[in-house]
Design a protein around this ligand. Structure first.
Ligand code: BES
Ligand code: MN
Ligand code: ZN
Length: 489
């Protein structure tokens, strides 16, 4: 679906979208259209349950006195509450109402000045399909809509703003694509190939293979990879958009391309979900695409640890002790708590190599975070209140929200081991917190660090306004905003 912006005017032909507020007050363009059609819009409202609430809509086919094919009237909710997020959601709703109508071109008469770019953003975010493996779908099964023309007074400003927004959406779509790919297609080596395409945008890519990682002493990550025929990789992505000597902001992602649990194997039911256990790495990759695409004025380094967690005769065993790159030893009690083993070596590597000013890591780390927070918020853990606030605020601005959970010595004590420096699980109580405590042990010099547990957010079983079900890309817009608001010159 192509988005275009033009001046506010009722088109002569085609389909148009107009709006009403909660309570049923028509927006100015809807009033004009009602007049042009001899009151068809008002009559249709009267004959229906349409109240102008957000999410409600009404269709009038072949209205009288005009050459239009249809009018779609959408509710925007209470006008006083119509903000950036509401505009994005409205865009998503209008996209759904328009996509499958059979119409190819739809014109939106958008009276809500200032918010046209957000409307376009929501519509575009909702218009995502991962359909490359559908070979029998007919033309009628696919969305018909080709272009959404947004007619609005400040169309020049909106067009300009949307050029930047579109780069961020490209990043979100890259993440959704990666998360949606099955694990027979997307495994560490093919993942490396996918992210290497970011070089075209000016992202510097460095790839560490098994030999490199052995040399660096990444025993924790390599232990996870032992059971798989697929070779592990670590990828470093650098975007140098800031001043040469400025320390970078670092993002680190868990990239377990499939998590069977290893020898501590998971139950069969639902195991297919573990194809998206690379969600953290997916977000870091999409974020780098967004930042490079919009040429962010900031130095950023993204590191992803790519492994497959499989059971086999070469797999690591419960009880094994591995030595991480940091030198700290880990007793692997449960091979299914593998994400932290991958992340800890990536965290050490990024700190030793780039001395970043702060680190944010993302991981589909624990099932426990789904129990704690549901699918409404990612879990946020941090050793730094300012950083935690920056992330929380950015999340609210883009409606990708987080909820902070505590850290503390008593939780840290849960991962004491009898034979090594720590063990990789802390028992059932506070499972997401003990996972975060584990990661914290690899952060040096009280460096500002935040961990986002996105296990509940990377994938959605149901549609929401701006996100069709499936891979969500949650985190890309959040961290893009976090960078834009706090770390760009
Ligand atoms: N990848 C899983 C966490 C997960 C679960 C992500 C559900 C998305 C949906 C992680 O590697 C895992 O298996 N965690 C274990 C930890 C436990 C063994 C301490 C868990 O959550 O059960
Ligand atoms: Mn696991
Ligand atoms: Zn996992």
């Amino acid at each position: 679906m192509k988005i275009s912006f033009s001046d506010l005017a009722i088109p002569a032909t085609g389909a148009v979208v107009v709006f009403a507020t909660e309570g049923g007050d028509l927006m100015p363009s809807a009033v004009a259209l009602d007049e042009a059609t001899g009151g068809a819009v008002a009559r249709a409202i009267k004959a229906s349950t349409f109240k102008g609430k957000a999410g409600q809509s009404l269709e009038i086919l072949s209205p009288a006195n005009v050459e239009l094919s249809r009018i779609i009237l959408c509710g925007i909710g209470k006008e006083a509450e119509f903000d950036v997020i509401a505009a994005q959601k409205l865009g998503g709703n209008v996209a759904v109402r328009s996509l499958a109508t059979g119409e190819k071109d739809v014109t939106v008469l958008f009276d809500m000045d200032d918010l046209a770019c957000d409307f376009a953003t929501g519509a575009t975010l909702r218009d995502y399909r991962f359909d490359k493996y559908r070979t029998t779908e007919t033309k009628d099964d696919k969305p018909s809509l080709k272009s959404l023309a947004i007619a609005t007074r400040q169309h020049k400003d909106a067009k300009k703003q949307f050029e930047t927004a579109k780069k961020v959406i490209d990043g979100v779509f890259f993440t959704r694509d990666l998360v949606s790919e099955p694990a027979n297609i997307l495994y560490p080596e093919s993942f490396v190939k996918e992210v290497s395409a970011l070089e075209k945008l000016g992202v510097e890519i460095e790839v560490l293979d098994e030999k490199d990682m052995k040399k660096l002493g990444m025993g924790a990550l390599l232990g996870v990879a032992m059971g798989s025929a697929r070779k592990p990789y670590m990828v470093v992505m650098r975007w140098n958009g800031g001043k040469k000597k400025d320390a970078p902001v670092a993002f680190v992602g868990k990239g377990v391309t499939f998590d069977t649990g290893g020898i501590s194997i998971k139950p069969a039911a639902g195991m297919e979900d573990m194809k998206w256990d690379m969600g953290g790495a997916g977000v870091v990759s999409g974020l780098m695409k967004a930042l490079a695409g919009r040429k962010a004025n900031c130095n950023v380094v993204g590191v992803i640890g790519l492994v497959e967690n499989m059971p086999s005769s070469t797999a690591q065993r419960p009880g094994d002790v591995v030595t991480s790159m940091s030198g700290q030893t880990i007793e692997v009690i449960n091979t299914d708590a593998e994400g932290r083993l991958v992340l800890c070596d990536a965290l050490t590597y990024v700190q030793e190599t780039y001395d970043p000013r702060l680190i944010v890591d993302l991981a589909t780390l624990t099932g426990a975070i789904i129990i704690a927070l549901g699918h409404e918020n990612a879990g946020l853990f941090s050793n730094n209140d300012e950083l935690a606030t920056q992330i929380t605020t950015a999340g609210l601005s883009v409606n990708e929200t987080v909820w902070r959970l505590p850290l503390g010595k008593a939780y840290d004590d849960q991962i004491k081991s009898d034979i090594a420096d720590m063990k990789n699980v802390g028992g059932r109580p506070a499972g997401s917190i003990t996972a975060a405590q584990f990661l914290k042990r690899f952060i040096t010099k009280d460096r500002p660090w935040a961990h986002l547990d996105i296990a509940a957010m990377a994938w959605s079983a149901k549609d929401s306004e701006v996100t069709p079900k499936g891979g969500t890309g949650y985190g890309v817009r959040l961290l893009d905003r976090f960078v834009a608001d706090n770390y760009e010159i």
